[in-house]
Design a protein. Structure first.
Lengths: 267, 276
């Protein structure tokens, strides 16, 4: 069986498991929706008071917000295995069993759980995105659509890369470190606004260290069809999502290094 | 007499408090996260204020102070059920709680107060130190937490923060009791979480919401967790208004304690312990 086929089986088993408790699933999904939508209510209230954010309108910010929330929701949905890697796999020695199986450990961890409750954030992002698209008068040709889908795919790759790096740390620290949440949740919080509004050091951090701007800010500026206030050339806007994939590749390389360093806790 | 009556609850408070102080690394990670979120919120708010349209009831410096106080005292928010009590409900160990020769409601309230305040103390002190003293030192005055304008404001703020501990613990205890019906605490947590964040003023300072919502937002119980004490701090609420704010916090606390006690009596009377 190919990797994709195997992943499909993992996913199907996980979905079936979660559907054993449909009421709990529905409640948690609604909860996710509510706890993420409050952020947008806050942003909308600020726009009601100040009219605009620098040169940006509410509809434009909603496009950034919706896109990055959809990317993160998808990445969060599939990355549960890496998220709980420290306490659930390293500390317990469970990782030994993964190593014995003739499949890539990264694939097995991806298959650990497909968290359906993350649909709550996904739907919230989708709703905000729909509002943005409704308010903005954009031309949705093939280039814009491809670019937007590229931003989503690159975003999933980037957030997945961050969680893989967080899990890799557990090879050394055994426990998972909460600090990584600063980059995942904190990254979403930062990228739901156009990064043009931030201080230079933060913009540079989000471009050259963790290329969050390449999966949110630059492609969305491309979709909006405006000139980038930060002065990036037009062609760059269209290739920027590729940096998300580059980030994931580097993260996976580091993961393999960590794997080689792994010694079982023996429990 | 009073001291003898209070002694078991004081012991519970001290024991829990000391236990919570053990989680130092978690606190350190939490502080890093809070700096990050605080910085992002401040940059976004600065950009909104710089847009120059509309008028805001609080200045940018006041809004920044509001945000840092919010990050420092984040742990005081009653955003979840005590996981240990939730576990007791599931395993049936809650029966032991009923056997203790103390009032279960007061016992849980004391527990909640220790839990919330210890978790906060560890995070608040370093965060307040860095945002006031170090920011000033490194030339980040624009981003710093300003000192309160007067001694009166500071004293009223301290009084109001004491009320926050009581209000938050009363709400937490109410949440704990409500686990009796739902057995799982997850559902309660997610709904409370979003309500507390938006209505207390953690998402954005409450005065920045549209003006017509001002009175409604002030009168609802969750304003007493964040909005009232912080506005007292920078004297946006001063004198009679500050006293009225604290009175409002106390009224809501009494309301939640009464409601909690009633529910506790009601549920415990026909309470069935889950076997196992």
């Amino acid at each position: 069986m190919g990797a994709l086929g195997l992943y499909a089986r993992y996913a199907a088993a996980s979905i079936k498991g979660q559907m054993q408790y449909p009421a709990s699933f529905v409640m948690l999904t609604i909860g996710q929706f509510l706890s993420t939508i409050v952020e947008f209510i806050g942003i909308a209230a600020l726009f009601a008071r100040f009219q605009n954010l620098g040169n940006w309108t509410l509809a434009q910010v909603a496009l950034f917000y919706g896109t990055v929330n959809i990317s993160f929701a998808l990445a969060d949905m599939i990355s549960r295995g890496f998220d709980v890697f420290g306490p659930l796999f390293v500390k317990t020695g469970e990782f030994d069993r993964l190593l014995l199986r003739p499949r890539a450990t990264a694939l097995q961890l991806l298959g650990h759980e497909l968290r359906l409750t993350r649909l709550g954030r996904f739907l919230q992002g989708g709703l905000v995105l729909a509002i943005a698209v409704g308010l903005l008068d954009l031309s949705w040709g093939l280039p814009q659509l491809t670019l937007w889908l590229g931003a989503i795919a690159g975003g999933v790759a980037l957030f997945l890369g961050l969680v893989v790096l967080q899990a890799t740390l557990a090879f050394w620290t055994i426990e998972s470190l909460e600090v990584a949440n600063t980059l995942t949740y904190g990254g979403v919080a930062a990228a739901q606004y156009p990064i043009e509004i931030y201080s230079r050091w933060l913009r540079e951090f989000f471009t050259f260290v963790v290329p969050l701007s390449c999966i949110a800010y630059f492609p969305i500026v491309g979709v909006l069809g405006i000139n980038d206030p930060l002065g990036a050339p037009r062609w760059f806007l269209y290739v920027s999502p590729l940096f998300g994939f580059a980030f994931l590749s580097i993260a996976l390389l580091i993961w393999h290094l960590g794997e080689r360093h792994y010694t079982s806790t023996g429990s | 007499m009073f001291v003898t009556l209070m002694r078991p609850y004081l012991s519970i408070f001290t024991a829990r408090f000391l236990m919570m102080l053990q989680y130092r690394v978690a606190a350190l990670a939490g502080i890093a996260t809070q700096f990050w979120f605080g910085a992002i919120m401040i940059m976004a708010l600065s950009a909104f204020y710089a847009s120059g349209h509309g008028s805001a009831p609080i200045t940018l410096a006041e809004a920044i102070t509001y945000i840092w106080l919010g990050q420092a005292f984040l742990g005081l928010l009653p955003w979840n059920v005590d996981p240990e009590i939730a576990l007791m409900m599931r395993t049936g160990n809650v029966a032991y709680e009923r056997l203790r020769p103390v009032d279960t409601y007061c016992y849980w309230l004391a527990r909640a107060m220790a839990w919330r305040s210890a978790a906060t103390l560890l995070r608040a002190i370093p965060l307040l130190f860095v945002t006031t003293v170090l920011f000033e030192f490194f030339g980040l005055e624009a981003w710093s937490l300003r000192p309160p304008p007067s001694f009166a404001a500071l004293s009223l703020f301290v009084l109001s923060m004491v009320a926050v501990v009581f209000l938050s613990s009363a709400i937490t205890t109410l949440l704990n009791i409500s686990v009796v019906w739902t057995v799982s605490s997850q559902g309660i947590n997610v709904v409370t979480n979003s309500l507390v964040l938006i209505l207390s003023g953690m998402v954005i300072p409450l005065p920045l919401f549209p003006d017509w919502t001002r009175l409604l937002l002030l009168l609802q119980p969750l304003a007493g967790l964040v909005d009232i004490p912080y506005r007292i701090y920078f004297a946006h609420l001063s004198g009679g208004d500050a006293i009225a704010g604290i009175a409002l916090q106390i009224s809501w606390t009494i309301f939640f304690i009464t409601l909690g006690r009633l529910l506790m009596t009601h549920t415990m009377r026909r309470f069935q312990i889950q076997g196992g």
